[in-house]
Design a protein around this ligand. Structure first.
Ligand code: AGP
Length: 614
């Protein structure tokens, strides 16, 4: 994780760096810092905590840097060393002449550090990053060329990195490089910006170049030179970013999370545009580049993802198996990459990721691609590293998601899976047309049904208040809503820090039931359908152990009144579509509990929106 920004040009650099870091705050927010070139010196300023602390810190130093037009900045999510001022970036070499910021993890930092310490380098932090500062400085002392120093050092640095480097000998030059971490260069008139992600530069330019692996770029206000790892000059591939600068506003909502939850009906409408016209017409998914013939013959799909995206993938498995009759495996990307997987050119591999930058998923995708599989990426970021690996790219268009807790991107990913499953089923002829049509009809009216849930949150708020002091929370479900239970629990734990767990209800009696007593809330996701009665029995079993029972249901079954102390109702939908409607109250329960508890809803502790380290 971590976000980096660099600027060289004619504008006052501190404002640009701070603005850029603010746009990258989703990548981490435990400390931040900037380094700016001032006359004969490079000055470094750092602060622990949110970016506002750095802004505060800088107020008393404005005179020192107000004329500076070159600098680099960093926002951190700690991996090596606690979030302290000493561990915050930028880091410097022993004599302070070379300064850099880094995103990623340097895996051989211990060996390099031991070597450099023997040679007399004095380390000030516990980070892996500081090694790069000393190591590049060493190469600079040998070559007196900053680009060459970065190139030579990166040959020996192992791991993932995006680096932005300045040296005191250069009054207007920044050198940057990357391996397995995103980095792009924004190209302006008489200025260049370097950043981990588009939002940090889009206010200034739409013209940009994404760095490829191991490339090294050197920028001054009026020049840009790109070389590969062997020092050969490379022609930059300049593109126009399909982005508009967006003022990230909460639009009157108290938190981005609440705003994003309320955007979900429109997210559904957006994704359907151009793909689903009427129930009678086939789903159009031109994004899927597999031929119809190959699709018909597919026998295996693997879906890889992390966190919330993994839960969407689990619903995807259910849909693809049910409607297309294809065996689907779902796996956490971090588990997929360190074992021998049976993946080959006959396997369709689907990567799901809001950010398109999650390191584990990106690595897994690259591995599958190397084995010849067709790669379909479902992402909210069509300009991301994963999107660039895709053979087929399904962009979910949920709009920027600011809150660390994913909500609208989950709904968008679910929609992508419904469309994909229906599209494939229609090609294969593997599901009865009338079933497909009824699902399509309901998909089109789902936004209104979600609006009904969002318009009346009294019961949800009451329930959230009632259980906000609990230490533990259990969610149970079966079938297509098991992922909903897992997602509800994930939402609650990540923003309220309550120990929440989702279980397949049938598994309760195989162990977890031992935890139940009159202090334990158990939320049962009781959607009408084939597992309704079974889940009702599982709920009875929990009730018999005195658990505090909550129902999330679309049923008016009178039996529920005796069994549950709190009942949250959602409009009726067919079971196949129930994960879309059932997750909304769960997002809201998590939100309201965190809000009652006074937690930092949009930026919960220890988390970052984009997890770019393995
Ligand atoms: C969701 O609320 C989380 N913040 C997290 O689990 C997230 O879904 C996960 O890190 C995967 O991110 P991605 O979708 O960007 O790959």
């Amino acid at each position: 994780m971590c976000g980096i920004v660099g600027y060289v040009g004619f504008r006052s650099v501190a404002d640009i760096l701070l603005d850029g870091l603010e746009q990258l705050e989703y990548r981490g927010y435990d400390s931040s810092g900037i380094a700016v070139k001032c006359d004969n010196d490079i000055k470094v300023y750092k602060a622990v905590g949110k970016l506002k602390n750095l802004r505060e810190e800088l107020k008393s130093h404005v005179k020192e840097f107000e004329k500076s037009t070159m600098g680099i900045g960093h926002i951190r999510w700690a991996t090596h060393g606690a979030p302290t001022v000493l561990n915050a970036h930028p880091h410097t070499c022993t004599h302070g002449n070379l300064v850099l910021v880094h995103n990623g993890i340097i895996e051989n930092y211990k060996e390099l550090r031991a070597e450099l310490e023997k040679e007399g380098c004095v380390f000030k932090s516990q980070t892996d990053t500081e090694v790069a500062a000393h190591f590049i400085a060493k190469k600079y002392d040998e070559t007196h060329d900053l680009t060459e120093a970065v190139r030579l050092a990166s040959k020996e640095i192992e791991g993932a990195y995006a680096l932005c480097v300045m040296h005191n000998d250069y009054k207007d030059t920044i050198v940057a490089t990357k391996r397995n971490a995103p980095l792009l260069v924004g190209i302006g008139e008489g200025e260049y910006l370097i950043a981990s992600d588009v939002p940090a530069i889009i206010k200034y330019t739409k013209k940009a170049m994404y760095l490829s692996e191991n490339q090294i770029v050197t920028v001054t206000p009026d020049s840009m030179k790109l070389i590969d790892k062997d020092g050969n000059e490379v022609q930059p591939k300049i593109e126009l970013l399909p982005w508009e600068p967006v003022a990230l506003s909460k639009m009157g909502y108290k938190h981005f999370m609440l705003k994003e939850i309320h955007e979900q009906p429109d997210v559904i409408r957006n994704i359907l545009v151009g793909k689903l016209h009427t129930a009678a017409e086939p789903v159009i998914l031109d994004e899927v580049k597999l031929t119809k013939d190959t699709l018909k013959k597919l026998t295996r799909i693997q879906i890889i993802a992390c966190g919330t995206s993994l839960h969407a993938a689990m619903v995807g498995k259910y849909l693809l198996e049910t409607f297309c009759g294809i065996a689907v495996d779902v796996e956490a990307s971090s588990e997929y990459i360190y074992r021998r997987t049976v993946t080959d050119e006959h396997t369709l591999v689907i990567g799901v990721s809001q950010s398109g930058e999650t390191a584990d998923t990106l690595t897994a995708i690259k591995q599958a691609k190397a084995r010849g599989s067709h790669i379909l990426i479902i992402t909210n970021r069509p300009d991301s590293s994963m999107a660039r690996e895709a053979d087929s790219l399904l962009s979910v268009n949920a709009g920027i998601e600011v809150s660390v807790a994913a909500t609208k991107s989950y709904i968008a990913q679910l929609m992508a899976f419904y469309l994909l499953a229906l599209y494939m089923a229609e090609i294969k002829g593997s599901t009865d047309k009338s079933i497909i049509q009824s699902i399509k009809n309901e998909l089109m009216i789902l936004p209104q049904k979600i609006e009904q849930v969002l318009a009346n949150t009294d019961e949800i708020q009451k329930c959230a208040r009632k259980y906000s002091n609990t230490k533990d929370f259990i969610y149970i479900a079966r079938g297509i809503n098991l992922p909903t239970a897992l997602e509800g629990a994930l939402k609650l734990k990540e923003i309220s820090y309550i120990n929440a767990t989702g279980y397949a209800a049938g598994e309760l009696k195989h162990g977890p039931i031992a935890m139940l007593d009159d202090t334990m809330p158990v939320l049962s996701i009781l959607m009408k359908g084939i597992v309704y009665d079974k889940l009702l029995s599982n709920s009875e079993e929990a009730k018999a152990r005195n658990a505090r029972m909550i129902a999330l249901t679309n049923s008016n079954d009178p039996k529920l009144e005796d069994l549950f102390e709190c009942i949250i109702r959602v409009p009726e939908v067919q079971e196949f579509l129930s994960p879309i409607i059932a997750v909304i109250p769960l997002q809201l329960i998590a939100y309201y509990i965190a809000e009652f508890l006074g937690k930092d809803v949009d930026q919960p502790r220890n988390l970052a929106k984009s997890v770019t380290v393995e």
